[in-house]
Design a protein around this ligand. Structure first.
Ligand code: GDG
Length: 501
């Protein structure tokens, strides 16, 4: 089993004197003003959950968009500070964006064009020229910040996600011999039929093929990428070696399934603070004595939350004997509300909850509780403990860390996971109850099955899933990417008659 120590050792052995830089849109720590005081919050979301422990283990630099209203107050002139504040372990370099840039690059091109383009959730992507211009400009800004951090040295750069497609190309143009660049794509990569509608497809591929290493969660996404490149770019593809050579430059394309800090979560979820949080949440929501079906997501149309509610509705139609015995608790952090589709989704959820509760409630019981709020990590773990069955029903998801976090907290092996087959996680977690969230009958039966599975069967399945997540944990994910990254060699720089090659 990979540990934080193994990862530290790998970095010590292989990194030498080179710098290590992670680049992502979202920062790991955000500073916000609250009641006249500055508060430091650890950001939510898969990428941060995954990479913060990695960075703490290797003392690198993380370049990200400074999004907090108090961010500038705690950073130096260049936007740098040491994090985490209570135990400084690495450098955070903030990139400052104007409101207009944030709108066009983040809400516009990243989340109204690329996000729906890459997820098969049947939401039409919006390609606006102004958004694309902002996206380009912001990718250039990130490139300048990275180059600034690199100085004249050599560095391994690890870029995260779909916000920064053009960054590898800009970096390689500025410092071709100084950088080895890897990029991890956290969301699915679509089929050629879908990708070909994108007006900026050539530029996006051009950016991504400047990477030395490009990672996806699963083999299926790598294959989709190969198919797209095959149809759109003049290049040599070697699928056996997972390699694409274009214009003399090779990009290796590999699957690396992301995971969670299994041991850390397991340990923390047994702490007295989590037990205390659990008791007070059970009391707050009146959950004692009922079986709890738990949903926990960023509120996003790809996560299949309306489909989940409809499955609960069907479950109660078919099994009225479950009334007053179960509660479906949907926790959700509000996300991307500036985008109209997300506003519509939130209204849709309110209406659905209202309707289902009206239809099935009794004098003393309501089947659905929907709560939108940001949870502390301890509260999050407490909710996982409260859930007898965790329901993950994404319409499409690169991996899905909620599923793996839930499993990490189930040390008593009593919980069960209902999981959409359209998540990357379903490839590894084959002992979950796998469902198609579009199929209401099958989905509701899946939930019923999870609720009624005999104890030994549940324990057997949960044990196997815990072995999978425990073995393929976050340190293994980072270790696999880094081990491949460290195999690349920096190009020697030859200087002849004042020209460098
Ligand atoms: C993308 C891909 C891929 C949620 N609410 C709170 C909170 N969370 C945390 C969860 C979990 C994370 O957010 C969500 O991770 P997911 O993997 O489910 O989803 P995305 O945000 O869409 O992530 C996804 C991931 O990248 C990693 O590659 O798995 O497929 O879409 O860790 O615990 N955390 C806290 N409070 C909350 O209220 N603290």
């Amino acid at each position: 089993m990979w540990t934080k120590k193994d990862l530290q050792q790998l970095i010590k052995d292989k990194m030498g004197d080179y710098l290590f830089i992670v680049v992502s849109n979202r920062q790991p720590y955000v500073h916000v003003s609250k009641k006249g005081k500055i508060e430091c919050q650890r950001g939510a979301g898969g990428v941060i959950t995954a990479l913060d422990p990695v960075m703490q283990a290797c003392n690198g630099t993380w370049v990200a968009f400074g999004s907090g209203d108090a961010d500038r107050k705690v950073a130096d002139k260049a936007g740098r500070l040491k994090v985490p504040t209570d135990n400084p372990a690495y450098t955070l370099r903030r990139v400052w964006l104007t409101k207009e840039e944030e709108n066009g690059y983040y809400y516009g091109y990243s989340n109204e064009a690329l996000w729906p383009l890459c997820h098969t959730a049947f939401e039409r992507p919006q390609f606006r020229k102004e958004d694309w211009e902002c996206y380009r400009k912001v990718n250039e800004k990130f490139a300048k910040a990275v180059i600034d951090e690199v100085g004249g040295k050599k560095a391994f750069v690890w870029i995260q996600d779909y916000h920064l497609c053009l960054l590898p190309k800009y970096l390689k143009e500025i410092a071709p011999n100084q950088l080895i660049v890897a990029h991890f794509w956290h969301i699915p990569w679509p089929s050629y039929e879908t990708f070909r509608i994108c007006p900026q497809k050539k530029e996006l591929l051009d950016g991504l093929l400047a990477n030395d290493l490009l990672g996806f969660h699963i083999r299926y996404h790598c294959d989709n990428f190969f198919n797209v490149v095959d149809r759109e770019v003049e290049c040599k593809i070697d699928r056996e070696r997972f390699s694409i050579v274009r214009g003399g430059h090779e990009t290796l394309v590999r699957p690396y399934p992301i995971s969670v800090d299994f041991e850390g979560i397991d340990k923390m979820s047994a702490s007295p603070n989590v037990a205390k949080a659990k008791n007070s949440l059970v009391e707050e929501f009146g959950l004692s004595g009922t079986k709890v079906l738990l949903g926990l997501d960023r509120i996003d149309y790809t996560k299949g939350i309306p489909e989940r509610l409809l499955a609960i509705d069907r479950l109660l139609e078919k099994h009225p004997e479950l009334k007053e015995k179960i509660v479906f608790l949907q926790m959700g952090e509000i996300s991307r509300l500036h985008i109209p589709k997300y506003k519509v989704l939130n209204d849709e959820l309110n209406a659905l909850v209202e309707e289902i509760n009206w239809k099935h409630s009794t004098d003393s019981w309501k089947p659905v509780i929907l709560v939108r709020r940001h949870l502390s990590f301890e509260e999050l773990l407490a909710f996982y403990h409260i859930g007898d069955v965790c329901v993950v029903s994404s319409l499409h998801d690169g991996m899905n860390l909620v599923a793996k976090e839930f499993i990490s907290t189930c040390s008593d092996e009593r919980g069960m996971l209902v999981l959409s087959s359209f998540t990357g996680a379903s490839r590894e977690l084959t002992d979950a109850i796998l469902v198609n969230p579009y199929d209401r009958e099958q989905f509701s039966e899946g939930i019923f099955r999870a609720l009624t599975l005999p104890e030994e069967e549940r324990a057997k399945r949960m044990k196997k899933m815990r072995e999978v997540v425990g073995h393929d944990n976050i340190y293994r994910w980072a270790g696999m990417v880094l081990a491949d990254l460290f195999k690349f060699e920096f190009k020697e720089q030859f200087v002849q008659n004042g020209t460098s090659f």
